[in-house]
Design a protein around this ligand. Structure first.
Ligand code: FES
Ligand code: MG
Length: 568
C-alpha cells in the first residue's frame, strides 16, 4: 500500500511530530492537504545547460506531472546529477556510478511511492536503472528521445557517426575548413540523444525489451508531440504503479535480461550496451555472464538497418514502427511472458504495433542484414576475462587475421604517434592500445576507436585490426576489439605485449591470442610493475572509484554497489 508523505518518518522518534514537521515545511511550497494526502510519484530532473541530449526534460516533466495528476496521484520533481558525453571530464563512464549512487539514495531518502526516471544521454539511463534496481521502489523509464536528422549539401547527417566521418574527410584534406564549420551546425539539429544506433538509442531500445519503459518510448523523436504524449502516459502509469508496482525486482528477471540481449543483438547495438546491462544485472539476483551475450547473438539476426552499421537514423526507425514492430519479428526469440511496467507481460505490451507497408528499416526475418547478432565475445590468452567485438561494424576479411603488434602504451602515446610519418606500421599490423581501461585512464574512455594512421589513411586504408582495454562510442565502427579484461593497468596480459609480437584474431573461434609461449609470458608477468597512482586519485571520488571499480566483464560497477553473492 502506498503511504505518500508518511514514508520513513523515523528521524525524530515521534512519528506524528515528524509528519507534522514535514508537512509544515512542504506547505511552505503552497501545497494543500488534499495534494499531500495522495500517493507520491517522484520524477528525476536531469536537465542541465550542459546536457543538450536532455534539452526537452522541462517539457517532459510538465507532461509527466499532468499524467500523474490525471491519475489522481501527486507528482514531485527532484534533481539528480546529469551526465553528457562531451561535458564529463575525464569521462562520462567515470561519473556513471556516482549518478547511480545519487539516484539510488534520493529514491530511498525521499517519500516517493514510485519514480519516473527521465534520462537519455548514454550513461544516464544505465545509472538511473542501476540505482532504481537497488532502491527497488516501483520505477519506470522515460527516455528523452533521439534528435532529428540533420541535412548538409543534400546528405542526411546524424551525431555522432557522421561527426567522425566528416572529421575524417576534413583530416584527409577532402573537405574544406568552411564546409566542416557549416557541417558542425547541422550535425545536431535539435535537442535529444544521438540520432544513430549509438549507446543512447541502444539503451532506450533495451529498456523496452527489459520491460522498464512503455512500448514505443525508445524511438519517438525528442521534439515530436508524441514524445510529450508518451511522457503523459508514463506519468499515468507511474501513478498506477504506486498501488502495487511492479518493482524493479519483479521486472528484472533472467528472462527480461535475455530479452534485452536479443534486442541488443537485433539492433546491431553499441558495445557499451554490454557494460551497462551487465552493471544493471549485477544489482539484481540475476547477473549476466559475457557468454550469454555471445550465445544469444549466435541465434539472433541483425534486423535494423541503422547507422553506424547500416543506412538510416532513429527518426526513420520510429517511422517504420520502432521497437514494438521489431519485436513482432523476434517473437520466437523473446520470453513474452516476462513482466512489464505497462501492466501485463511483454507479449501484452507489444500487441499494438504499427505495420508500415514498404518500409526497409526493420527487416523481416527472411531478409536479415546479418544472420548472426552484431556483438561477439572473445577470449584467449590476451583476454582471460573476455573482450567484445562489434562484428556488424567490422570488415569481413579481417575476421581471421594474424599480424604484428604495434603497441601504444596509453591514449596519450597513441595520439602523439599515430600520425607520425615515421611510425613503422603497415595495413596488416594490429594496433594495440593499453592503459585505457576502467582504472588505467581512468574511466575507460571511448578511445578504442584508434584512428587509421594518417599515412595509411592517405593510401586509402579504411580498416585494420585494433584492440584495447578501452570502450568505443556506439556511433563508431571498424574491426576493433574492446573491453579487454583484465585491463593492462591491473596487470592483464595486454600489459605484456611488445611491438613486434604476433597476435591472432579468430572471430569464428571467438579467440584473441598473443603468440608467445607460456615461459615468455611468465617472464614478462614477473617483470611487470603497476603504474603509479596518479595524484588526483589519492583523494575524493577518484580514490573511491579507483579502489572499487570492477572490470568491464562485470559492468564497471563499484564492488560495494553490486549485489553480493549469486555470481554465475
Ligand atoms: Fe548524448 Fe550522444 S552525446 S546521446
Ligand atoms: Mg556515445
Amino acid at each position: 500500500m502506498s503511504n505518500g508523505l508518511r514514508q520513513g518518518l523515523t528521524s525524530y522518534g515521534d512519528t506524528a511530530f515528524s509528519l507534522f514537521l514535514r508537512k509544515a515545511f512542504i506547505k511552505g511550497m503552497g501545497y494543500s492537504d488534499d495534494a499531500l494526502d495522495r500517493p507520491i510519484v517522484g520524477i528525476t530532473d536531469t536537465y542541465s545547460d550542459f546536457n543538450p541530449c536532455h534539452g526537452n526534460v522541462p517539457q517532459l516533466i510538465e507532461a509527466v506531472k499532468r499524467g500523474v495528476m490525471l491519475a489522481g496521484a501527486m507528482p514531485m520533481v527532484f534533481p539528480t546529477i546529469s551526465i553528457h558525453e562531451s561535458f564529463a571530464f575525464p569521462t562520462s563512464m567515470f561519473l556513471r556510478n556516482l549518478m547511480a549512487m545519487d539516484t539510488e539514495e534520493m529514491i530511498r531518502a525521499l517519500p516517493v511511492d514510485s519514480v519516473v526516471l527521465i534520462g537519455g544521454c548514454d550513461k544516464t539511463i544505465p545509472a538511473q536503472v542501476m540505482g532504481a534496481a537497488s532502491a527497488d521502489k516501483p520505477a519506470i523509464v522515460l527516455p528523452t528521445g533521439p534528435m532529428l536528422v540533420g541535412h548538409f549539401k543534400g546528405e542526411q547527417l546524424g551525431a555522432c557517426t557522421d561527426c567522425r566521418r566528416l572529421w575524417g574527410e576534413y583530416r584527409g584534406e577532402r573537405m574544406s575548413g568552411e564546409d566542416i564549420e557549416r557541417a558542425n551546425e547541422r550535425l545536431v539539429p535539435s535537442v535529444g540523444t544521438c540520432g544513430v544506433m549509438g549507446t543512447a538509442s541502444t539503451i532506450a531500445c533495451m529498456m523496452e525489451a527489459l520491460g522498464l519503459s512503455l512500448p514505443g518510448s525508445a524511438s519517438i523523436p525528442a521534439v515530436h508531440a508524441d514524445r510529450i504524449r508518451m511522457a503523459e502516459l508514463t506519468g499515468k502509469r507511474a501513478a498506477e504503479m504506486t498501488k502495487g508496482g511492479p518493482k524493479p525486482s519483479e521486472i528484472l528477471t533472467k528472462d527480461a535480461f535475455r530479452n534485452a540481449i536479443v534486442m541488443l543483438q537485433a539492433i546491431g547495438g553499441s558495445t557499451n550496451g554490454v557494460v551497462h546491462l551487465s552493471a544493471i544485472a549485477g544489482r539484481t539476483r540475476n547477473p549476466i555472464s559475457l557468454e550469454t551475450y555471445d550465445e544469444v547473438g549466435r541465434n539472433t539476426p541483425v534486423l535494423v538497418d541503422l547507422k553506424p552499421t547500416g543506412q538510416h537514423y532513429m527518426e526513420h526507425f520510429h517511422q517504420a514502427g520502432g521497437v514494438p514492430r521489431l519485436m513482432q519479428e523476434l517473437k520466437d526469440l523473446l520470453a513474452l511472458d516476462a513482466r512489464h511496467v505497462a501492466g501485463g507481460t511483454l507479449g501484452d505490451a507489444i500487441k499494438t504495433f504499427e505495420d508500415v507497408p514498404g518500409q526497409t528499416v526493420i527487416r523481416p526475418r527472411t531478409a536479415p542484414l546479418k544472420s548472426e547478432g552484431g556483438l561477439v565475445v572473445l577470449r584467449g590468452n590476451l583476454a582471460p576475462r573476455g573482450a567484445v567485438l562489434k562484428q556488424g561494424a567490422a570488415a569481413a576479411k579481417l575476421m581471421q587475421h594474424e599480424g604484428r603488434a604495434v603497441v601504444f602504451d596509453s591514449v596519450a602515446d597513441m595520439t602523439a604517434r599515430i600520425d607520425d610519418p615515421s611510425l613503422d606500421v603497415t595495413a596488416d599490423d594490429i594496433l594495440v592500445m593499453r592503459n585505457a581501461g576502467p582504472i588505467g585512464a581512468p574511466g575507460m574512455p571511448e578511445a578504442g576507436y584508434i584512428p587509421i594512421p594518417k599515412k595509411l589513411a592517405q593510401q586509402g586504408v579504411k580498416d585494420m585490426v585494433r584492440m584495447s582495454d578501452a570502450r568505443m562510442s556506439g556511433t563508431a565502427f571498424g574491426t576493433i576489439v574492446l573491453h579487454i579484461s583484465p585491463e593492462a593497468a591491473v596487470g592483464g596480459p595486454l600489459a605484456l605485449v611488445k611491438t613486434g609480437d604476433r597476435i591472432r584474431l579468430d572471430v569464428k573461434a571467438r579467440r584473441i591470442d598473443l603468440l608467445i609461449d607460456d615461459a615468455e609470458m611468465k617472464k614478462r608477468q614477473a617483470a611487470w610493475r603497476p603504474p603509479p597512482v596518479p595524484e588526483v586519485a589519492q583523494r575524493g571520488y577518484a580514490k573511491l572509484y579507483r579502489e572499487h571499480v570492477q572490470q568491464a566483464d562485470e559492468g564497471c560497477d563499484f564492488d560495494f554497489l553490486a549485489r553480493p553473492g549469486d555470481k554465475t
